[in-house]
Design a protein around this ligand. Sequence first.
Ligand code: GLN
Length: 472
Amino acid sequence: MTGFPTAVDIASAVRSGDRTATEVLSEHLARIDAAEGEIHAFNTVTEESARAAAERVDAAVAAGDDPGPLAGVPVALKDNLCTRGVPTTCSSRILEGWKPPYDATVVTLLERAGAVFVGKTNLDEFAMGSSTENSAFGPTRNPHDPSRVPGGSSGGSAAAVAAGFAPVSLGSDTGGSIRQPAALCGVVGVKPTYGAVSRMGLVAFGSSLDQIGPFAHTVSDAAVLLEVISGHDPGDSTSLPEPPTGISAALDRGVEGLRIGLIAEMMGDGIAADVTARTRDAAEALTAAGATVEEVSVPAVTYGLSAYYLVAPAEASSNLARYDGVRYGNRVEAATTGEMMEATRTAGFGDEVKRRIMLGTYALSAGYYDAFYGKALKVRTLTRQDFDAAYERFDLLLSPTSPTTAFAFGDKTADPLAMYLNDLCTIPSNLAGHPAMSVPFGVGDDGLPVGVQLLAPALAEPLMFSAAAVLE
Ligand code: GLN
């Protein structure tokens, strides 16, 4: 799935007047027209507003103004990012028809940089899932093999890039929802340091874990996008005062002299042999480029999944309390307020969302709080400490992104635990608040893309991107 123009190339051609944003947009809309019926990457294609935005970019160039580093670049947005006046559904019936009164901060920043939004992409309902099969509007298909899932929860954003519908897109990552679909769709996907990108206008799932990040074909496109969307935002109380800087500048650094640790706990049980083989190939490539790669044990990552499936549902049960039939979207009328809320939530939420609300409510309930939620928080602290210990000896860490390549529809829907296991390698970075990214690295035995994951300490995005560029 290569050969599509990159965001960097598009922006430079549009800025210099070699190409118009309108022409670039038409090309992408034509690809959407041709293949969207099969792929279903989008919940909404915003053709009309995209044409108007492209015309504004072209008018700016004609007037001698610089529209910005993403001039005329088509961008797809995960449908849990608020867009003023444009439906934002989270792929849930409960939000059907709701139009946010404001734009997410990342949307405003992209628009200011000259981006052209082509649509809102499909996801697992409220970003809960690993295959996009939990969407209330039907699944997205993997452009590499339409009989396989694209991963999730940001499956639509990953597929939109892989299919050439947009050169770049945004997703959100609470436990792996950018990196895992990036791996399965053969594209680059980045979860930034917690707080580097504003969450203002991202519909909340697990607020202490959620981060917005880019999908792209190339490491340098991902770098440009991340630089545009990161930065302090007073609208998000967890936003860092200083974002990571100098990411694009670090792309040519190479890995000479870097110490990279291969996470032992992510190279054995539960990971397919072809995936560990590609990860070892990546380790060799980094060694050949001048890095020292050694195995390292990060013991607490073994408990990451268990801790995450208490912390994330706990936060979700609280965050999703706001969908009560009064303030947003759908309402099912009933005799009393209580009955209206019950009927609305019963009809509006899908099975997985209900499962998470119940798990989270249970974990937070009196008598169980210490045993479950409290314990999970301790594991979270332990995870951070074990990473800190590893980063005393290593600059970066390396692992597989996803345990397998893209799997078939229905393979894991009957067993929630089998689905949760997809996030084995990605969850620990969310618990720690650290950045991590998936880079395509070869194919599995089935010929489908494999992604390897680079992990870094907080704010070490520049070094992480240096290594990603080498792998690329
Ligand atoms: N698949 C994980 C979950 O279902 C992660 C989701 C995400 O990162 N949004 O919770």
